[in-house]
Write a protein that binds this ligand. Structure first.
Ligand SMILES: [Zn+2]
Length: 405
């Protein structure tokens, strides 16, 4: 009953949180340094608790102290936008060349609203809540920087649960929550491969060492090798996104170098290391067969698999059903191959990541422009539901802990 009342209370925030979201939508910022975004959030959480800022990145941690002592729960909202030129035609569309095309503006509004719900009822809160506003989710490792800075340890004890919400413009019916226990999102990594041979005359390839043939053989065989070395029920995606070799002004030259770049997705812990081992052996073997050398670069940063804790996921199902009804939960049949640095958070703290359908209510959501599209449209009337779920989860975790103590 309490969660339904919390959801009704959150609905009364609708106009305010929509307003905040639309303001944030017009000032999208990229990466780890988001000064305007940080200012805007700070203006809306003033007086709710203790504020912790970093000077390495534009993060904010809001520490809400409950009326009764108890453990800590972490709630996370990401803050950064994408380098995408908006083409939605909305009257509050961004005009600065960046776009909140992944809905992180809604996540910030959800975090702000959840913080207000928790602060309003803090006398009944049996422990503390840390609300993380985190920059640099889109491949900049913001969550890892905040963990390195011990932003999860502010109360002196490690949080016993962590939750985060992600909105989607197309992957799930409007106004429903979804997810699953176990792997929810992939580990993502880069693979940049450069073959170096010896340049020469195109008429006489045996007198040179052609890196292009080594590269094209390696590219073609890579998928077959993966098919033979990896269990099909623990999938691996290796997708080549670019290749470079030679000069398109000439056909009779063997170049010295040829290179390609791929993205890699894996879905179980340790699988990325296993993949690196096999891919390295395969590429080195292929290069050796052609008499060239190969350099393999795995990129700056790999995200962890987002592993939802089974008990934390069960808590989400329970609170969603109690607050919004049975039909509001959609169990996912399998993970998605997108990635999230929240994977680093749930590696440290048992928790769950949850998706929230934010396609406009009357839209053909399955065919709508997806997250990251310059045409992606998110219905911000779902924000209060997100606020109520995050606040409700924090209450549920702390009430259960108090009952056990
Ligand atoms: Zn996102």
């Amino acid at each position: 009953m309490f969660y339904r009342e919390l959801a009704e209370e959150a609905e009364r925030y609708l106009e305010v949180v929509q307003g905040i979201r639309r303001e944030l939508h017009q000032i999208p910022e990229f990466g780890l340094d988001l000064p305007k975004t940080r200012e805007r959030i700070l203006a809306s959480i003033h007086g709710l608790g203790e504020i912790h800022l970093s000077d390495k990145l534009s993060s904010i941690v809001l520490h809400i102290k409950g009326g009764q002592p108890g453990p800590t729960v972490l709630l996370r909202a990401d803050m950064d936008a994408l380098a995408v030129e908006e083409n939605t035609g909305l009257d509050y569309a961004s005009t600065n060349g960046y776009m909140h095309a992944c809905g992180h503006d809604l996540h910030m509004a959800i975090g702000i609203g959840a913080a207000h719900l928790l602060a309003t009822h803090k006398a009944d809160l049996k422990g503390d809540v840390l609300v993380w506003f985190q920059p640099g989710e889109e491949g900049h490792g913001g969550a890892d920087v905040m963990l390195e800075e011990n932003m999860h340890m502010i109360t002196g004890s490690k949080p016993i649960a962590a939750y985060g919400i992600h909105v989607t413009s197309s992957w799930q019916p409007p106004r429903t929550f979804g997810g699953k226990a176990g792997a929810l999102m992939a580990s993502a990594s880069d693979l940049i491969v450069t073959f170096t041979g010896r340049g020469g005359h195109g008429s006489s390839p045996w007198m040179a060492k052609d890196p292009i043939s080594a590269m094209t053989d390696a590219m073609a065989g890579l998928q077959t090798m993966i098919n033979k070395q990896f269990n099909v029920f623990d999938p691996v995606v290796v997708n080549i996104g670019w290749l470079k070799a030679g000069d398109d002004h000439t056909t009779n030259v063997i170049p010295e170098k040829a290179a390609f770049g791929a993205t890699i997705r894996t879905f179980s812990p340790g699988m990325l290391d296993n993949l690196k081992k096999h891919v390295t052996a395969y590429l080195e073997g292929t290069a050796a067969a052609f008499g060239v050398t190969v350099d393999i670069d795995w990129g700056q940063y790999a995200t962890e698999v987002v592993m939802n804790d089974p008990a934390a996921t069960e808590r989400v199902r329970k609170v969603v059903r109690e607050a919004f009804g049975e039909q509001a939960w959609m169990e996912w049949p399998h993970p998605i191959a997108g990635a999230e640095d929240f994977g680093s958070v749930v590696r440290e703290i048992p928790g769950a990541f949850i998706f929230l359908g934010a396609a406009p209510a009357d839209s053909d959501w399955q065919n709508a422009a997806p997250n990251h599209s310059n045409r992606a449209v998110f219905d911000d009337s779902v924000v209060p539901s997100g606020c109520a779920l995050l606040a409700g989860l924090a209450f549920d975790v702390l009430n259960e802990a108090a009952a056990k103590a």
